[in-house]
Write a protein that binds this ligand. Structure first.
Ligand SMILES: *Cc1c(COP(=O)(O)O)cnc(C)c1O
Length: 418
């Protein structure tokens, strides 16, 4: 017999205590995303402190969780924003992040997005190809301005994470090679309409080993030194995001070690370090609450069917990602393994596989842990399911930060049909 796992977790403490979660679910129903805003603050401060003493700008990667209240919380802590669309830039501004703290990244920016980002005057545009650099130049010229840019350099380093969230290998679509980057900087340096101010890399997500990050930083710092020698005055060294969080029993990168190692690679250089943590700031600060609809057993298999599904949290279906799932409340009876599945008509619709759980009945609540990042922000309306409501808990106070979507919301853009 397997050892019985404990039915609690240090992640279910403070504002995410079972009592508060049950209260939130009772008030706002399920599926429900719940975030601990005090914990977000703690993670942010830890990160900030790790780089303390150095000129640093933390630019939260909005795509991890782009709820306006989450962004506003980070804005109140003086965070900047790493945005990958004009929509995200608008969210950042709306939530109170200054334009001077906004970076615009992404492999496929459209002309209207570049134009508006330039008009807004974001800190810089992170270009990901030579073509894009030329596009930015042309648009800047039409506006009669000089565009602050950086180049995303692909250091060709394996981040040792899931292939779908690896971005810094030469076979990935992101960034350009060191040789190409150098040419782009030389070109930008000569252009009247381009002002190279930053250098950037981001090698992947959910990274749990420091070595690939250090090696990338060394490679890019060497490039930076050669650019400075050519009098190309780069002021921002952007080390991207990617620091992992706890899903099961990962050994996490300590932000202090991370900061020290990065600083070592920059010895003697006077640059502002920009970090773009997404998952790290919010991943462990949220849970998805779902309600049990039925249990169903086949000869060899136990299924727990819940009201949350892959449209709410796609990470298990998309990356085969593991999330710990725990029942809330006191339970009796033998644990046995079950697949936690949703109502969607796809066999890949599951939240967990072979999860040890006690016998459950209709109405019981389950918490899907570590769902604060890439949870709601990747949610969809597949099967005409309204997206879940989102709730923040701060100092024990529960507040609704996004209403549950209604059927009316879902059809609002289709009102006039053929
Ligand atoms: C996604 C992304 C991030 C954030 O990644 P995390 O793994 O959530 O920290 C940072 N920078 C860029 C350019 C990204 O695309």
């Amino acid at each position: 017999m397997k050892e019985l796992p404990s039915l609690n977790s240090p992640l279910l403490e403070g504002n995410l205590s079972p009592t508060l979660l049950l209260e939130a679910a009772c008030k706002y129903q399920t599926p429900l995303y719940v975030y601990d805003f005090d914990r977000i603050e703690d993670f942010y401060q830890q990160f900030k402190l790790a780089f303390g003493g150095r000129k640093t700008l933390i630019c939260y990667a909005l795509k991890a969780n782009s709820n306006l209240s989450v962004i506003a919380k980070l804005a109140s802590l003086e965070s900047g924003a790493d945005c990958v669309s004009l929509g995200e830039i608008k969210r950042a501004l709306m939530a109170g992040i200054s334009k001077y703290k906004i970076i615009y990244s992404g492999v496929g920016k459209q002309d209207y997005e570049i134009k508006e980002a330039l008009e807004i005057g974001v800190l810089f545009i992170n270009t990901e190809s030579n073509e894009e650099l030329l596009r930015v130049e042309k648009i800047a010229q039409s506006l009669g301005i000089s565009a602050r840019i950086s180049v995303r350099v692909n250091p060709d380093i394996n981040p040792q994470t899931h292939p779908y969230i690896s971005t810094g290998l030469k076979e990935n679509k992101f960034g350009v090679s060191i040789e190409e980057a150098k040419k782009m900087y030389l070109y930008a340096h000569k252009s009247k309409y381009l002002e190279p101010v930053g250098i950037h890399f981001h090698i992947g997500s959910q990274i749990t080993k420091l070595q690939p990050l250090i090696e990338s930083s060394q490679k890019i710092a060497a490039l930076l030194r050669s650019l400075l020698a050519l009098k190309i005055e780069i002021k921002f060294f952007d080390i991207g995001g990617g620091i992992g969080v706890v899903y099961s029993d990962e050994n996490l990168i300590n932000p202090y070690d991370y900061a020290q190692e990065i600083l070592n690679t920059l010895r003697g250089l006077d640059v502002t370090i920009i970090c773009e943590p997404g998952r790290y700031l919010v991943g462990n600060c949220g849970v998805l609450l779902v309600k049990v609809l039925y249990e169903k057993a086949h000869l060899y298999k136990r299924f727990v069917i819940v009201d949350g599904a892959m449209n709410d949290l796609i990470r298990p279906s998309l990356y085969n990602a593991y999330h710990q799932i725990l029942p809330l409340g006191d339970y009796q009876g033998q644990l046995s393994e079950a697949d936690i599945v949703g109502p969607i008509c796809e066999s890949s619709d599951y939240l967990g596989k072979n999860i040890p759980l006690p016998p459950l009945k209709n109405g019981d609540l389950l918490a899907v842990l570590s769902s604060g990042a890439y949870g709601f922000s990747m949610a969809s309306n597949y099967n005409t399911r309204g997206r879940a409501a989102e709730v923040a808990i701060q100092k024990g106070q529960i507040s609704l930060i996004r209403k549950r979507e209604t059927f009316e919301d879902l059809i609002a853009l289709e009102k006039e049909f053929l």
